[in-house]
Write a protein that binds this ligand. Structure first.
Ligand code: ADP
Ligand code: ZN
Ligand code: ZN
Length: 616
C-alpha cells in the first residue's frame, strides 16, 4: 500500500491505473493502519481485510456519493435525565473521565442491572460535551430496539446504527455520516469496529465476552481485540463491560494490565435472583419438565407474574429415531443429526442448513414406528400449552422471528403482559428488560458441562447468568430454577452458591494447569477436503514444516474437528500453542510463507484461526 516512484517489478507485470474513483482516499490513515495490523495479526490478505472494512456499496467501481442525507435526531418531549450515581458508579466515571486523553482498558464487571449502561451513558455525555464521537459495540442479538431507544432518549445528537438488519443503503449512509463527523454516536455489531470516526473519544464494548464479536469464517478477527488495538492507536479509553466477563479479560484485569471495576449489586434497589437446583435424576419428567418446575411455573403465573423458560435448542426434537432398528436421521452432508421441525414440517440440519421432507418410515429398515427424542423449543411450547391452556405463550428463537417485524411484535406482547409464559433460546438472554418476569427456568444445563470444547463450561456459566439476569429486574424478587442430572457438579455449585467471579477463578485455575488460553496463545490450522486423507496428508505436511521451523511451538494433531464433517467436507485441524504471543506470530508468518510454495493435487480449503474462540 502506498506509492513508489521506482520499482524492480518488470514493466509487463505492472498494471495501469484505470480510473481514480475518489479525489481523497476512501479510508483514513487510522483505519488503514487498523486494517494493516489486523491483516498481519490474523494472517489474512490485506485486500480482503480492506473490503471487509468498507460498506458493500463502496466495494464497487463507483465514486463515493457527495451528499449524505442528514441523520435525523428524534424529537423529545422530555429527554431522560441522567440518574444520580451510586458510589461504585461514581468511582468508575471519575477514573475514566479524568483520563480521557490517554489509552486505557477498563473492565466493568457488573451483574445484570448493576447500572453499567448508566455508566456508559454518562461517560458518553462527557465526550459529547468535548465534541467527540463514540463507538459502541454490541453483540448482534442484544442490539434490540430497547437498547437503541435508551440512547436516543438520553441524547439529542445524531445517532446511527450498523448491524445485519440494516439495508446496504442505510449502512452506507451511517458509515458516511460517521466519517463526515455528522454522527456523534455509532452503535453497531462486530464489523462496526472499522467505522471511520475522525473525532473518536472512546470505544465501549458491551457484553465483551460474547462469542459473536469473533468472526468465524474468512477474515477471523475479534472485534473486542481490535477495539483495544484501535483505542491504543488513537490514545483513548476502551471500556469492556459485562456481567460475565471473558476469562481473557478477567485474567488481564487480575494481573493489573487492565483497570478493573466491579459493580456487585443491582442499582435501583432490585435484588439479585435466588438460585435453586432441581435434581432431575430418576424423576418423572413430562416432556422434559419436572414436577417441581411445573409447580413453580404454576404458582408464579397464579401470582400474576411472567415466567421465562430457557432452552437453547430450536425446532421440535433433535433426534428422529427408528424404534425397530435404532436408525437415526442424519444430515447427508455433515456429522450431525437432523432436527425435526413442526412449522414447517421438515427435517433440518442446524450445521449446514440443509432441509428435507420428513420420511414416512425408517430409511434403513422401512419400519413405520419412528419416534422423536429430546426436546426443542417447539415441543416445549406444545407441552406448556397443554399444562397452562389459558396462558398465552410467546416463543423467541430464530424460527419464530424469521419474518421481519415478528421479533418486535413478540417483544411487545411480552412487555404488555399479553404473553406471560416466554420460551426462548439464547435470543432472550440479552438486552431485554422484562420487569414482570419473576421466574426463570433453565430446562437443560447438562450439555455444557461435558463438551470437548474447552470453552464450553465458561459459555454455559455465562449463558445461565445472562438468562438469570432477566428475572426480578424490577421491584419483584426473582428466582432461577435449574434442571440438571449433575446437581453436585462443582462448577454448577460455584455458579449458583457463590458468584461468577468465584466460578471464573476456578475455571482460570483449570486453564492454567492445562496450559490453555488465556495462559497460552493458540492458533488453529483448519483443513477441509472431500477425502479425509487429503486433508490429513496436507496437515501432516504442515506439521513437518512447523517442527522444522520452531521446536518450541507445540503442535497437536491432525485430529478431526468436533464437527468432523460439514457440508460434505471432512474437517481436520492442527492446534498450535505457545505461552508467547509474539513468538506464535513470528512462527505463523514463516510457516505461511513455506506453505504458499507447497501445492496439493486435490482441492483443500485451509485457513488459520488466530485466538480461536470455538474449536468446532
Ligand atoms: P446494566 O447495564 O448493568 O444491566 P442498567 O444501567 O441498565 O444496568 O441499570 C439497571 C436499572 O437500574 C435501570 O432501570 C437503570 O435505570 C437503573 N439504575 C442505574 N443506575 C442507577 C442509579 N444510580 N440510581 C437508580 N437507578 C439506577
Ligand atoms: Zn429402522
Ligand atoms: Zn448438514
Amino acid at each position: 500500500m502506498g506509492t513508489e516512484n521506482q520499482t524492480a517489478v518488470p514493466l509487463d507485470k505492472l498494471k495501469s491505473v484505470e480510473m481514480i474513483l475518489d479525489p481523497a482516499p476512501l479510508l483514513s490513515p487510522s483505519i488503514l493502519k487498523l486494517c494493516q495490523w489486523a491483516a498481519d495479526y490474523y494472517h489474512h490478505p490485506l485486500g480482503e481485510v480492506l473490503l471487509a472494512a468498507l460498506p458493500k456499496l463502496l466495494r464497487q467501481k463507483k465514486s463515493i456519493p457527495e451528499d449524505i442525507p442528514p441523520v435525523a435526531i428524534e424529537e423529545k418531549h422530555s429527554p431522560h435525565e441522567a440518574l444520580l450515581l451510586n458510589r461504585d458508579q461514581q468511582e468508575i466515571i471519575q477514573a475514566i473521565t479524568t483520563s480521557l486523553d490517554c489509552f486505557s482498558v477498563n473492565t466493568i464487571d457488573g451483574v445484570t442491572g448493576s447500572g453499567k449502561t448508566e455508566v456508559y451513558l454518562q461517560i458518553i455525555q462527557k465526550l459529547l460535551d468535548r465534541n467527540q464521537q463514540i463507538l459502541v459495540l454490541v453483540p448482534e442479538i442484544s442490539l434490540t430496539p430497547q437498547t437503541i431507544k435508551r440512547f436516543r432518549e438520553r441524547f439529542s445528537v445524531p445517532i446511527v446504527t450498523l448491524h445485519s438488519q440494516c439495508t446496504e443503503k442505510a449502512r452506507l449512509h451511517a458509515w458516511l455520516a460517521a466519517r463526515a463527523e455528522k454522527a456523534s454516536i455509532v452503535i453497531g455489531t462486530r464489523s462496526a469496529i472499522f467505522t471511520p470516526l475522525p473525532r473518536l473519544g472512546a470505544i465501549i464494548v458491551d457484553e465483551e465476552h460474547d462469542p459473536s464479536f469473533k468472526q468465524h469464517d474468512g477474515f477471523r478477527y475479534h472485534a473486542r481485540d481490535l477495539a483495544i488495538w484501535r483505542a491504543h492507536d488513537t490514545k483513548i479509553p476502551v471500556i469492556l463491560g459485562s456481567a460475565t466477563p471473558s476469562l481473557e479479560t478477567l485474567h488481564r484485569s487480575f494481573e493489573g494490565r487492565y483497570r478493573y471495576f466491579n459493580l456487585p449489586e443491582r442499582a435501583g434497589g432490585a435484588n439479585l435472583p435466588n438460585f435453586h437446583i432441581i435434581d432431575v435424576r430418576r424423576q418423572f419428567l413430562e416432556e422434559g419438565l419436572s414436577q417441581t418446575l411445573l409447580k413453580e411455573i404454576g404458582s408464579h403465573l397464579n401470582a400474576g407474574n411472567q415466567v421465562l423458560l430457557f432452552l437453547n435448542r430450536r425446532g421440535f426434537s433433535p433426534v428422529m429415531l427408528c424404534h425397530a432398528c435404532g436408525w437415526m436421521a442424519e444430515c447427508p452432508h455433515c456429522d450431525m443429526r437432523l432436527t425435526y421441525h413442526l412449522h414447517p414440517k421438515r427435517l433440518q440440519c442446524h450445521s449446514c442448513d440443509a432441509s428435507m421432507p420428513v420420511p414416512q418410515a425408517c430409511a434403513k429398515c422401512g419400519d413405520q414406528e419412528v419416534t422423536f427424542l429430546g426436546m426443542g423449543t417447539e415441543k416445549l411450547e406444545l407441552a406448556l400449552q397443554k399444562h397452562f391452556p389459558d396462558t398465552p405463550i410467546a416463543r423467541l428463537d430464530r424460527d419464530s422471528t424469521r419474518r421481519k417485524g415478528t421479533m418486535e411484535k413478540v417483544l411487545k406482547d411480552i412487555q404488555n403482559g399479553v404473553c406471560r409464559l416466554l420460551i426462548g433460546t439464547q435470543m432472550i438472554a440479552k438486552g431485554h428488560h422484562f420487569p414482570n418476569v419473576t421466574l426463570v427456568g433453565i430446562i437443560d444445563s447438562d450439555y455444557g458441562l461435558f463438551s470437548s470444547d474447552f470453552r464450553a463450561s465458561e459459555r454455559l456459566g455465562q449463558l445461565i447468568l445472562q438468562v438469570a439476569g432477566r428475572a426480578g429486574r424490577a421491584m419483584k424478587p426473582g428466582a432461577v430454577w435449574i434442571q440438571t442430572h449433575h446437581p453436585e457438579h462443582p462448577l454448577l455449585q460455584l455458579l449458583t452458591q457463590r458468584n461468577y467471579q468465584q466460578f471464573a477463578k476456578s475455571l482460570l485455575l483449570e486453564r492454567q494447569s492445562a496450559a490453555l488460553p488465556p495462559f497460552t496463545s493458540l492458533a488453529l490450522f483448519h483443513a477441509e477436503a472431500h477425502q479425509a486423507q487429503d486433508a490429513e496428508h496436507f496437515l501432516n505436511h504442515v506439521k513437518k514444516i512447523a517442527r522444522s521451523l520452531d521446536q518450541n511451538i507445540s503442535v497437536q494433531g491432525p485430529v478431526p474437528a468436533i464437527m468432523a464433517r460439514r457440508a460434505g467436507r471432512h474437517r481436520l485441524q492442527l492446534l498450535m500453542q505457545t505461552p508467547h504471543r509474539q513468538k506464535l506470530q513470528q512462527f505463523l508468518r514463516r510457516l505461511l510463507v513455506s506453505i504458499e510454495n507447497f501445492s496439493t493435487k486435490r482441492r483443500i480449503h485451509w485457513a488459520v484461526d488466530v485466538d480461536p474462540v470455538e474449536l468446532t
